[in-house]
Ligand binder design. Structure first.
Ligand SMILES: [Ca+2]
Length: 258
């Protein structure tokens, strides 16, 4: 059963029907139907059936989909070969976005089935916050972005923050740095962060934060948004979301022309 490839138990496994020994696959839906940046899989390719070592996975591909689980929606991001051993092997690749991950088995070691024990998918590194002040990379200038038209003063029109404070100001010229602190999460939970530009484009942050015992992200662990003089003016949002609670905090800034 395919589910025995992801049950965390290396003693259980997956087997195809007899004779189906090439181009077999299983598809894993990542948690909560969300898209993740992944960069590693771990595979125990060894047949769980005694004396059927030749059923073990040999050549394989990792394929990903960001849309649906239709096999035609997948793109190959890694090709590898596993030894005929009862052990876990890690395969690392450049981070890619994935909602579904396919383990595509090209062939086995000559047996009449394809069998394997365990398949795990890993989120791209940087899941733990780096020391000090994590930084969201400055959004690149999007093509055709139109500056927000100010009405009633250059700093007007900024939406109210939700469970978020911005310092030293929420309105400044491009090239300024903004620091966001948030609250309202579960104590100790992991919190993801991403920025949204004036064109609605999302700029993901490549890290997650850990809320403190009060469920807050406070300095010196707040999120820094460094803008550049070439960053398009407009209103930007920084969203943090608790991985467990799904509680959101949103902070807004307005970037003025330099
Ligand atoms: Ca298993």
């Amino acid at each position: 059963m395919p589910k025995y490839m992801i049950d965390g138990n290396p003693d259980t496994g997956w087997s195809t029907e007899p004779g189906k020994t090439t181009n077999q696959y299983i598809i894993v839906a990542l948690p909560r139907g969300q898209t993740y940046s992944i960069n590693k899989v771990r595979l125990n390719p060894f047949s769980p059936s005694r004396n059927y070592d030749d059923d073990s996975i040999k050549d394989f591909e990792v394929r990903v989909s960001t849309t649906d689980a239709n096999p035609a929606s997948f793109t190959t991001v890694y090709r590898g070969t596993t030894p005929k051993q009862n052990a876990f092997f890690d395969f690392t690749f450049s981070p890619v976005q994935a909602k579904y991950v396919m383990l595509f088995v090209v062939n086995n070691y000559g047996g009449n089935w394809v069998e394997g024990r365990e398949f795990e998918v890993y989120q791209a590194c940087g899941n733990t916050p780096p020391p000090g002040n994590p930084t969201v990379p400055p959004p690149p200038p999007p093509p055709g972005a139109s500056p927000t038209t100010a009405a009633g003063g250059p700093c007007s029109g900024i939406p109210a923050n939700i469970n978020m404070t911005v310092s030293p100001t929420n309105c400044a010229k491009a090239g300024s740095t903004f620091v966001f602190e948030a609250s309202g999460f579960n104590p100790g939970e992991r919190v993801g962060a991403y920025a949204t530009g004036p064109d609605g484009q999302v700029y993901g942050a490549s890290f997650q934060l850990i809320a403190d015992q009060n469920g807050a992200i406070r300095n010196p662990n707040g999120v820094t948004l460094n803008t550049q003089t070439g960053t398009p003016p407009g209103i930007y949002a920084l969203t943090m979301e608790g991985v467990t609670s799904h509680k959101k905090a949103i902070g807004y800034i307005k970037l003025l022309a330099p």
